[in-house]
Each structure stands twice: as structure tokens, then as C-alpha cells.
Design a protein around this ligand. Structure first.
Ligand code: SAM
Ligand code: DTB
Ligand code: SF4
Length: 346
């Protein structure tokens, strides 16, 4: 395996070599900015080379979301339809029954989904509710699916309880840069988010952590978000890159669309700075052309959410996704990234 390291000069002319990126946790903002500033084709070339090196033959990872507890969330995240502070017409509902969740998981499994992700609109889970979620996790795992939950902030004990139930992944996003964070959410700090991520790691769970672009943040904020993720002591196994879904009634309902090529740049830089992570092309695909999605996959995204809905927002129809997956020849993968990497490095 070549260990030639990436040169962080925008003027580098030697772009035809066999580049790989070492796994690093000491990225400076300047280095990440240099990557963002590369000519588009150079950036794509570097990102795709890393994708090929670390993820060749892996196929597309396919997940499905289910909102197990919708709306009524006390947090004030400006992008979210489920906050009590948003003036949306979303109907709040109580935590679903275990049976209803398992029905949905069975249906997902029958369509070839690999990971089933359950989301709850909580600031943090109550003990009784957490017990029910653990029963859901056990049931979904027994169907042969990977499991992920996203339930808000956790204590160390709660993270451990979830790990004991057999949970595979916990999703908890940092969403943006440290500087922009308080423009999005005032009811918690980024440090509280990072504390939960640490509890999740210490409990031995795999981490799914990323953010959103297109919320009126600057390029520097996107750099800061990726730096924060890439300098975590371990990179998240999954890094969702969401494109803001503008929800009528939410504070960020009228943000301007981000330049599509800047979105692809964000995916590409995420690919380079966290070379072993699976980058997920997450929210916002409904309004992306097939060609834009193909470009994101080429740039290094290796995972999508399929199904009519994400949590509350629409997603491309399963029919459109099936056609796209067929046209791209993108197949599901058999083993987890970590197993695959371990095997190839032996
Ligand atoms: N309440 C939990 C939390 O905030 O961690 C879990 C659910 S929350 C909906 C999961 C993630 O979805 C958020 O962290 C955010 O990154 C993403 N998200 C929420 N609303 C979104 C929107 N309108 N557009 C894009 N991403 C969104
Ligand atoms: C993530 O980063 N994106 C997914 C998953 N993690 C939970 C959620 C996207 C939510 C989009 C808005 C909605 O459906 O309400
Ligand atoms: Fe609540 Fe999560 Fe929505 Fe924020 S993103 S309002 S924490 S459901």
C-alpha cells in the first residue's frame, strides 16, 4: 500500500501520483481551506483516489430512517421541523410501540436496507423511554439489520445501557462550526454535544456524526465543522453531510440554496480529511438531480438513506432511488467497513 502523503499546496502540479491520505487528527484550518480552494477537478481527483484506496468494491451502504417519537422537542434548532419553537403544522406523537417499530424494520429489511436508524425528538431520553428503545434495538438486530439510534444527549450510563442492548451506531451531529453553533441552537452548547459523543465512544458504540450545509454558514464555517470532526480523537465511522431541507415555519425556512458545486466540495474535503469514514449523502437528496448525486458518490459519499421519508421530511421515492442505484451499478455491501479494512490490512 502506498503511503505517499497528500501535499497540501493548492499549486501542487504533481497530481497524477498515487495519493492516499494518512488518518490524521491534527488538521489546521489553513490546510482544510487549501483543500476547499483547489481547482474542482484536482479536488475531485484527490477525493476519489482516496475513496478508491480505502473503499474500493464496497458498494453503496443503504440505511432507512424511522421517527419513533415525533415533534414537541424543547430544543430550538433553527433548521428543524420538530422543535416546539418552530411554527410548523407537524403533528407531535408519543414514542411508538415496539411492535410498530419492528413491523417497519421488517418492511425495510425486505427491500434490502442494511441499517435501520431510529430517531426521537428529545433533548435527552427519560429512563423509561430508553428501556423501550433498547427493546426496539434488540428486536431490530434480531431481524439481521444493523441498528442506529439518535435520541439527543446521553449520560455515560445511558450510552452504556444502549451498548449493552447491542446497538451498533449512535447518531449525534455537531451540525456546524464552533463559531456558528449558537446561531443555530441556543438551548445547548457544542461542548454538550461533544460530551455525549465521548460517552458514546467510551461505551464502545460506533459514532455517526456530521452536519448540515446550506444554513447561511460561510465557507470558513464548513472548514471549521470538518476540522472539528477530523480532529476528534477517533473519526466517526459514519459522517452524514446533510443539505438543509427548508421547512416552512422553521427559523431557517428561507435560507438561500448553497451552490451545488460547493456542496460537492464539502463532501470531497470530508472524504480527504477522514479517509476511512463512510460519508453519507443524507438529507436534501429529494431536490438533487441524479447527476449531482452521482458526482457526490464519485467524490466519496458511500451511503444514502432510502425510503419515502427521512424522519419527517420527504426523500426521493423508492422507485426513483432504485432506478438511480441500478443506473449507477451501485450495489449493497456485505460486510462493515471496519471488518473490510481489518481484512485488507492483515
Ligand atoms: N433530536 C436528536 C438530535 O438532534 O440529535 C435526533 C434527531 S435530529 C432530527 C438528527 C439530525 O438531523 C440533526 O442533528 C440535524 O443534523 C439533521 N436535521 C434535522 N433537521 C434537518 C433539516 N431540516 N435539514 C437537514 N438536516 C436536518
Ligand atoms: C442525519 O445526519 N441525517 C438524518 C439522520 N442523521 C438522523 C436525519 C435527517 C433529518 C432531516 C429532516 C427530517 O426528516 O425531519
Ligand atoms: Fe430537537 Fe433534534 Fe430537532 Fe434539535 S434537531 S429540535 S434536538 S429533534
Amino acid at each position: 500500500m502506498s503511503t505517499k502523503t497528500i501535499e497540501l499546496s493548492a499549486h501542487s502540479s504533481s497530481l497524477s501520483g498515487d495519493y492516499t491520505a494518512p488518518v490524521r487528527h491534527d488538521w489546521t484550518r489553513e490546510q482544510i481551506s487549501v483543500l476547499f480552494d483547489l481547482p474542482f477537478d484536482d479536488l475531485l481527483y484527490r477525493a476519489h483516489t482516496i475513496q478508491r484506496h480505502y473503499h474500493a468494491g464496497r458498494g453503496l451502504q443503504i440505511s432507512q430512517l424511522l421517527s419513533i417519537k415525533t415533534g414537541g422537542c424543547p430544543e430550538d434548532c433553527g433548521y428543524c421541523s420538530q422543535s416546539v419553537h418552530a411554527e410548523t403544522d407537524l403533528k407531535a406523537s408519543a414514542l411508538m410501540s415496539v411492535d410498530a417499530v419492528l413491523q417497519a424494520a421488517k418492511q425495510a429489511k425486505s427491500t434490502g436496507v442494511q441499517r435501520f436508524c431510529m430517531g426521537a425528538a428529545w433533548r435527552s431520553p427519560r429512563e423509561r423511554d430508553l428501556e423501550r428503545v433498547c427493546t426496539m434495538v434488540e428486536g431490530v438486530k434480531a431481524l439481521g439489520l444493523e441498528t442506529c439510534v439518535t435520541l439527543g444527549m446521553l449520560t455515560a450510563t445511558q450510552a452504556q445501557r444502549l451498548a449493552d442492548s447491542g446497538l451498533d451506531y449512535y447518531n449525534h451531529n455537531i451540525d456546524t462550526s464552533p463559531e456558528y453553533y449558537s446561531s443555530l441552537t441556543t438551548t445547548r452548547t457544542l461542548q454538550e454535544r461533544l460530551d455525549t459523543l465521548e460517552h458514546v465512544r467510551n461505551a464502545g458504540l460506533k459514532v455517526c456524526c456530521g452536519g448540515i450545509v446550506g444554513m447561511g454558514e460561510s465557507r470558513e464555517d464548513r472548514v471549521g465543522m470538518l476540522q472539528t470532526l477530523a480532529n476528534l480523537s477517533e473519526h466517526p465511522e459514519s459522517v452524514p453531510v446533510n443539505s438543509l431541507i427548508r421547512v416552512e415555519g422553521a427559523r431557517l425556512a428561507h435560507e438561500h440554496d448553497i451552490d451545488r458545486l460547493e456542496f460537492v466540495r464539502t463532501i470531497s474535503v470530508a472524504r480527504i480529511v477522514m479517509p476511512m469514514s463512510i460519508i453519507r449523502l443524507s438529507a436534501g437528496r429529494e431536490h438533487m438531480s441524479d447527476e449531482l448525486q452521482a458526482l457526490c458518490l464519485f467524490a466519496g459519499a458511500g451511503s444514502v438513506f432510502i425510503g419515502e421519508k427521512l424522519l419527517t421530511a420527504p426523500n426521493p421515492t423508492p422507485h426513483r432511488d432504485r432506478e438511480l442505484i441500478d443506473r449507477l451499478g451501485a450495489t449493497g455491501r456485505e460486510s462493515s467497513p471496519i471488518q473490510w479494512l481489518t481484512k485488507s490490512q492483515q
